[in-house]
Design a protein around this ligand. Structure first.
Ligand code: CP
Ligand code: NVA
Length: 305
């Protein structure tokens, strides 16, 4: 069961938890657009710690709090120097005295787990090298919004087996959709995460052939080939992952009504072409918007139970 105190990984949630949060996200989106959100977080504050850059995560979390009457306080790691200027346990204890929930984006998953261990308030994972759970919860919501459901669909993930891919594997462990990983050798998702999902009955196939991966797909997903912190590897990764580019040829091999997701930022011309990003199948801006709605649902789940 989900340790409701924190949100560190999709794997910590049950199938019911995932479905409940996604349904809540869709409901909050509808209320947001109708202007009927209630100030359920009045008097509540979130501390936001970033050790990596962000556009979507920072803005969507700040506006998630704002829209529910709460407050968000951004602090960059230039100031905190987590684990260098001050021990993680002390940062966790001190921040817990000021805010009601902590959101952190960092490198090491163990650092988030350390923070969660010592924080007396909920901690939310806003991306590590291992996972990007808020992103994939928003992605599942986006698929549900456009397709009515995710269960039974074919979802093809093409590219680097990175933090976003690992979180998709966790989602496949919880929800019954068919996941096909279109990969390059040496860039597969974490083997332990994959094995655990398969043991849980996840329907996950892996291929090194992009065309094979997208054949008949309902959803095509891609992400950058070199993530934050991997900037030195851009050239090598382009060469190794080049055959996985999401382009018009691949779209034609998928279902006629395929939707294309990308967590963004995108490197147009690398993992995805302009024609796909700007074409009729892409739902990437809905996906970006949904980060705010799903995070509202996650924050409410953590703070109101
Ligand atoms: N998708 C996502 O997390 O974007 P940012 O890195 O801009 O927050
Ligand atoms: N995989 C990317 C996701 C960015 C939102 C990275 O870690 O940089």
């Amino acid at each position: 069961m989900w340790d409701r105190k924190h949100f560190l990984s999709i794997y910590d949630l049950s199938r019911e938890d995932v479905n409940e949060v996604v349904a809540k996200g869709l409901d909050l989106k509808s209320k947001h657009h109708r202007g009927t959100l209630e100030p359920m977080l009045k008097g509540k504050a979130m501390g936001m710690v970033f050790r990596k850059p962000s556009l979507r995560t920072r803005m969507s979390f700040e506006m998630a709090m704002e829209g529910l009457g709460g407050h968000a306080l951004y602090i960059s790691d230039e100031e905190i120097k987590l684990g260098r200027r001050e021990a993680v346990c002390d940062v966790a204890r001190v921040m817990s005295r000021y805010v009601d929930v902590i959101m952190i984006r960092t490198f090491d998953q163990a650092e988030i787990e350390g923070l969660a261990e010592y924080a007396s308030v909920p901690v939310i994972n806003a991306l590590t090298d291992m996972y990007h759970p808020c992103q994939v919860m928003g992605d599942v919501m986006t698929v549900a919004e456009h397709k009515g459901k995710i269960e039974g669909l074919k979802v093809a993930f093409l590219g680097d087996g990175n933090n976003v891919a690992n979180s998709w594997v966790n989602a496949a462990a919880k929800l019954r959709f068919h996941m096909v990983l279109g990969m390059a050798e040496g860039y597969e998702p974490d083997a332990g995460i994959l094995e655990r999902a398969r043991k849980d009955g996840a329907g996950i196939d892996m291929t090194y052939d992009a065309m094979e991966a997208v054949k008949g797909a309902d959803v095509i997903y891609t992400d950058v080939w070199a993530g934050m912190g991997q900037e030195d590897e851009v050239k090598k990764r382009k060469a190794d992952l080049g055959h996985l580019q999401v382009n018009d040829r691949l779209i034609e091999a998928a279902k006629e009504d395929v939707i294309v997701l990308h967590c963004l930022p995108a490197h147009r011309g690398d993992e995805i072409t302009d024609s796909v990003m700007d074409g009729p199948h892409a739902v990437v801006y809905d996906e970006a918007e949904n980060r705010m709605h799903i995070q509202r649902a996650i924050i409410l789940e953590l703070l109101m139970k």
